[in-house]
Write a protein that binds this ligand. Structure first.
Ligand code: SAH
Ligand code: SF4
Length: 385
């Protein structure tokens, strides 16, 4: 079987090279060609030993993802839909800002957690992505954007595991992918700029702290177990008290000294002043001092099947004020790319028609988004990045 070179972190690649009868250190060169230069054909890796190039030709390749579609938002956000076979598709979103470029990466096709307010959750679980499929999203975006923005330096400065799927339910594939992102011979991203977002898989939060500490975002969405059980079903297994205790254990290893708590604002469900006050009490109960936890309020991005609606702007502002007045650092997330259904929780990515809802939504989406040739898109705006 042909190996996918994107499946390996540097250590894995060294073992692979040894298996071919090559020296371990050759892996470093190979790794740099793939991830830093974006080269996929061993024949083009000019300073690589001829013997290794020959062996690679028969045994390994860089397997890219098949691009199904690219949508560009009027705010510059780009969403790619990748076909991962068997009728499944995943989505990746690039969000350009003045000082950084953030890539939002998927970890699974679908998701088994089934949060009420999440389009991916409504779709159900299809399968875990491989390390190669997780890293291929970054490999593609980084090198595609460098080429089309005509840039030599790094375009993606931040990665958030906030696309489709629950990353901590695909732990074995996630950790090597994170290592490739962090490796100086790979993408060289700072641990503080790689964020794993989780709905609260407590044992895996602990393992991540041991194996590969990066910035952690916890999708809280409710201040008490009754409400959270309803919104995030995983809460029945790992209730808030256990989750908060895991956050405190994680902070001992984390590259940042605070956890980001995400809170999706749902009209009349979790957005009342009493909910904000309960959050203040929760933070007071678990905080170990300093900033400890930052709250990121996300205006709900609606989709028809949810039956939920977005809290009004003034309700969000009032909620934020109660938290801020209690000394909790609180931000309201700017919604990006909502004209292309690229905003949080809108990633559906499904090309398999499981429910027929998907089909109707796809028709709606095609009608509203414009397919633009990449070259045309970037020719006009490289100075903005
Ligand atoms: N499974 C992980 C990461 C993917 S979801 C998690 O749940 O954390 C990324 C973020 O988007 C999470 O905070 C999630 O709660 C939020 N989200 C999901 N659906 C949303 C929606 N419809 N509107 C706004 N945010 C949403
Ligand atoms: Fe899964 Fe996260 Fe969506 Fe919940 S919010 S269903 S955990 S992707």
């Amino acid at each position: 079987m042909t190996a996918n070179l994107l499946d390996f972190d540097l250590e894995g690649l060294a073992v692979f090279c040894e298996g071919l009868g090559e020296k371990r250190f050759r892996a470093q060169q190979l790794f740099r060609w793939i991830h830093q230069m974006g080269v996929s054909n061993p024949e083009d890796m000019t300073d690589l030993a001829k013997s290794l190039r020959a062996k690679l030709a028969g045994t390994a390749r860089v397997t890219p993802l098949a691009v199904n579609a690219q949508h560009v938002s009027k705010d510059g956000t780009i969403k790619w839909l990748f076909d991962v076979g068997n009728g499944d598709a995943i989505e990746t979103v690039f969000i350009p800002e003045d000082e950084r470029g953030t890539l939002c990466i998927s970890s699974q096709a679908g998701c088994a957690v089934g949060c009420r307010f999440c389009s991916t959750g409504h779709q159900g679980f299809s399968r875990n992505l491989t390390t190669g499929e997780i890293i291929a999203q970054l490999w593609f975006a980084e090198h595609f954007l460098r080429k089309h923005l005509n840039r030599q330096d790094r375009v993606v400065s931040n990665v958030v595991m906030m696309g489709m799927g629950e990353p901590l339910q695909n732990y074995a594939a996630l950790v090597p992918a994170l290592r490739v992102m962090l490796d100086d011979h790979g993408y060289g991203l700072s641990r503080r700029r790689v964020t794993v977002s989780t709905s609260g898989v407590v044992p895996m939060i602990d393992r991540l702290g041991q194996d590969c500490p990066v910035a952690l975002a916890v999708s809280l969405h409710a201040p008490n177990d009754v409400l959270r059980d309803d919104l995030v079903p995983l809460n029945k297994k790992y209730p808030i008290a256990e989750l908060m205790a895991a956050c405190n254990r994680y902070l001992a290893h984390a590259p940042r000294d605070f956890i980001t708590f995400e809170y999706c604002m749902l009209d009349g469900v979790n957005d009342q002043p009493e909910h904000a006050k309960q959050l203040v009490e929760l933070v007071a109960q678990y905080s170990t001092g300093g900033v400890w936890g930052k709250f990121n309020l996300i205006p709900f991005n609606p989709f028809p099947a949810s039956g939920l609606t977005r809290s009004s702007a003034h309700r969000v502002a009032d909620f934020a004020k109660i938290l801020s007045d209690a000394g909790i650092v609180t931000t309201v997330r700017k919604t990006r790319g909502d004209d292309i259904d690229a905003a949080c929780g809108q990633l559906a990515g499904d090309v398999k028609d499981r429910t027929r809802v998907g089909q109707r939504m796809a028709v709606r989406q095609t009608a509203r988004t414009v397919m633009i040739k990449p070259v045309t898109v970037f020719a006009k705006q490289p100075q903005e990045h």
